[in-house]
Design a protein around this ligand. Structure first.
Ligand code: ADP
Ligand code: 2DT
Ligand code: MG
Length: 215
């Protein structure tokens, strides 16, 4: 008998400002999927374990560390590029990837800086695997202020977060793979919607080829 082709996994990305609940939802989602016998694997960007990731980690944790903004942007992008073969292998094996931040974080946090052109920021991302769905966690500023405090990393302050949110909103309008999730609800209520959207996405792309980002 002819063997059926392996159905590919879906590339699901979580985006949103700090404390919007991305990491919480990603972890729960991977558990929920595994419970339902859906093959899933968690990834996060920046991937702080690789050689580029160690430089990025130093940059984020040490605010005195001065690096050219353009060079830093390319390093964040390189940190994704060095994971492409691994990502494709998972997806082709039928394993769904649940990813905490991706190219859209790269664009939003860099374009929020002075003297950084958004069109320039998009370019290094072209050719990377295109997410089948970007779940954009939306929480208003008042709600986010009720959540546990910012940490000490670079970018963790209100002024930067406001600019980042503005770039995210532009990306939301420009990209058809974005879906907004109201995250000013309980963790459990958000998870119900996140799981539903993910299962729908897995089903709808399983026989379609993976696309590449084309900004
Ligand atoms: P992110 O990864 O987007 O920065 P986290 O998942 O780390 O956000 O969540 C930030 C903080 O807010 C954590 O303390 C988490 O427990 C809390 N939190 C996450 N989701 C919710 C929610 N829906 N309601 C209230 N608090 C939340
Ligand atoms: P967390 O580890 O708490 O998510 O913070 N960032 C991330 C960039 O500036 N560019 C990127 O390409 C990516 C993926 C956002 C990571 C911090 O790094 C920022 C917050
Ligand atoms: Mg997080």
């Amino acid at each position: 008998a002819i063997m059926g082709r392996i159905k590919r996994g879906a590339l699901i990305v979580f985006e949103g400002v700090d404390r919007s609940g991305k990491s919480t939802q990603c972890k729960k989602l991977v558990e929920s999927l595994k419970k339902q016998n859906v093959k899933a694997h968690f990834m996060a960007f920046p991937d702080r374990t690789t050689s580029t990731g160690k430089l990025i980690d130093e940059y984020l944790r040490n605010k005195d560390c001065k690096v050219n903004d353009h060079a830093m942007h390319l390093l964040f992008s390189a940190n994704r590029w060095e994971n492409v073969d691994k990502m494709k292998a998972f997806l082709n094996d039928g394993i769904t990837l649940i990813v905490d931040r991706y190219s859209y974080s790269g664009i939003a946090y860099s374009a929020a800086k002075k003297n950084m052109e958004i069109d320039w920021c998009k370019q290094p991302e072209n050719g990377l695997p295109k997410p089948d769905k970007v779940l954009f966690l939306m929480v208003n500023q008042e709600e986010i202020m009720l959540r546990p405090d910012f940490g000490n990393e670079r970018y963790e302050n209100r002024e930067i977060q406001k600019k980042v949110f503005e770039v995210y909103q532009q990306l939301f309008k420009e990209n058809d793979n974005f879906e907004s999730i109201d995250s000013a609800r309980s963790i459990e209520d958000v998870q119900v919607e996140v799981l539903k959207k993910t299962l729908e996405t897995i089903k709808s792309v399983e026989n379609l080829p993976l696309s590449t980002l084309d900004f």
